[in-house]
Design a protein around this ligand. Structure first.
Ligand code: KG4
Ligand code: ZN
Length: 342
C-alpha cells in the first residue's frame, strides 16, 4: 500500500477588497491564514473604488505572502501548488493576485491553479466538514446569488441565480439609502435584530418552480417607503425597516433552498459568501432544515464567509487533484463563468 503524503496548497485571493493568502493542508485544514482588509479605505466613498483596491493589493500582496509563510513556518519548496482567484471580480484587483501567483510559480517551479471565486466560497465549507453529495450550495455574496447543485467534487450546476441585484448588493444599497456605512449588510443585520418586521414589503417568488431570485423590486420598495414617509413628514423606525427588509430577503432565500433541496434529494446544504455571515439567515436556514432530518446543513464560521484565501486553497486542492493547471498566460477574468472541473 502506498503511503499517502500530505498536500499543502497556497491560496491567494485579491478579487475585491481583501488581500488574502492562506496555506491549507489536504484541502481541509488551515495551516496559516492572513487577510488584509481595505474596507476602511473604501468606506468614505460608500463602496469599493476599483483603482484604490488595485493600489492596496499592490502594496499588501508581498507583505501578506511573507506573513503567511512565516505563520506556517514553511518555505516555498514545501508547497504542492499555488491556487489563485482567476475571476470573477475587479480586473485590476484580480491581476495583482494572478501576477503574484505566476511569479511565485515560475520562480519556485510550483504548479499554478486558477480558481473561480464562487467555487472558493462553496469550498469554505470543506474547511468545516466533509462535503457530501448531492450537495446544494446557497451562494449569497456582494456580487452573486446562486443555488449551485454539486453531484460530486468539482462539479457545479447553477440551478438558479439572481436576475438583477445580488443579495449583498441589495443589502448595501438599502443600507446606503438608510444612511448606514459601507458595507451595509452587517449594519442592517444588527438593526434587524433590534426591530420588528412591521412594514409590508414584497417577496419575489417569480414563477412557480423557479429557483431564480430578484431583489431589485424589494430594494425599490424600501426606497419608496422611505421617500413616501419623508414626503408626508413621517419617520420610519430604521430597525423596523431593517427587520422587514431582512425578513423578505431571508424568506425567499430559505424558501427556495428548501424547495430545491427536496426536489434534488440532496444530502447536504452549504451556505456560502459574505451574506452567509448574516445572523438572521444562519438561524432561519438552520431552523427550516430541522424538518428535513436527512439533510445536513453546514454554515461556515464568520471568518470563512467573507473573502479569504483559505477557501481558494480548499477549492484549489480539488481543482489540482482533478488535473486543472494554469500557465504563464493566465489573466484576471472579471466575467469568468463557474464551470465544472472536467
Ligand atoms: O463574499 P463577499 O465578502 O464579497 C463578494 O465576493 O462579493 O461579500 C460581501 C457582501 C457585502 O455585500 C456585505 O454587505 C455582505 O456580504 N455581508 C452581509 C453581512 N456581512 C457581510 N450581508 C448581510 N448580513 C451580514 N451580516
Ligand atoms: Zn466573495
Amino acid at each position: 500500500m502506498s503511503e499517502q503524503t500530505d498536500r499543502f496548497i497556497l491560496g491567494i485571493e485579491t478579487s475585491c477588497d481583501e488581500t488574502a493568502a492562506s496555506i491549507v493542508k489536504n484541502g481541509k485544514e488551515i495551516v496559516a491564514n492572513v487577510v488584509a482588509s481595505q474596507i476602511d479605505s473604501h468606506k468614505r466613498f460608500g463602496g469599493v473604488v476599483p483603482e484604490i483596491a488595485s493600489r492596496h493589493h499592490v502594496e499588501q500582496v508581498t507583505i501578506v505572502l511573507e506573513e503567511v509563510m512565516t505563520q506556517a513556518g514553511m518555505s516555498f519548496k514545501d508547497l504542492d501548488a499555488i491556487a489563485v482567484t482567476e475571476g470573477p471580480g475587479l480586473v485590476g484587483a484580480l491581476l495583482i493576485g494572478v501576477n503574484a501567483a505566476k511569479a511565485l510559480s515560475f520562480a519556485h517551479q510550483i504548479p499554478l491553479v486558477g480558481v473561480h471565486h464562487i467555487a472558493g466560497h462553496i469550498y469554505a465549507n470543506q474547511l468545516v466538514d466533509e462535503l457530501q453529495f448531492p450537495c446544494l450550495a446557497l451562494v449569497v455574496s456582494g456580487g452573486h446569488t446562486e443555488l449551485v447543485l454539486m453531484k460530486e467534487h468539482g462539479s457545479f450546476e447553477v440551478i438558479g441565480e439572481t436576475l438583477d441585484d445580488a443579495a449583498g448588493e441589495a443589502y448595501d444599497k438599502v443600507a446606503r439609502t438608510m444612511g448606514l456605512p459601507y458595507p451595509g449588510g452587517p449594519h442592517i443585520d444588527r438593526l434587524a435584530h433590534e426591530g420588528e418586521p412591521t412594514i409590508k414589503l414584497p417577496r419575489a417568488w417569480l414563477e412557480e418552480g423557479s429557483y431564480h431570485f430578484s431583489f431589485s423590486g424589494l430594494k425599490s420598495a424600501v426606497i419608496n417607503t422611505l421617500h413616501n414617509a419623508s414626503q408626508k413628514g413621517e419617520t420610519i423606525a430604521p430597525e423596523n425597516l431593517a427587520a422587514s427588509f431582512q425578513e423578505s430577503v431571508i424568506e425567499v432565500l430559505v424558501g427556495k433552498t428548501l424547495k430545491a433541496a427536496e426536489a434534488y434529494g440532496v444530502k447536504q446544504v452549504v451556505l456560502a459568501g459574505g451574506v452567509a455571515a448574516n445572523k438572521g439567515l444562519r438561524e432561519a436556514l438552520t431552523s427550516a432544515f430541522t424538518k428535513l432530518q436527512d439533510v445536513k446543513v453546514i454554515i461556515p464560521p464568520l471568518s470563512l464567509c467573507t473573502d479569504n484565501a483559505a477557501m481558494i486553497a480548499a477549492a484549489g486542492t480539488i481543482a489540482f487533484e482533478k488535473g486543472i493547471r494554469g500557465d504563464m498566460a493566465m489573466n484576471g477574468q472579471p466575467g469568468l463563468p463557474l464551470v465544472s472541473y472536467e
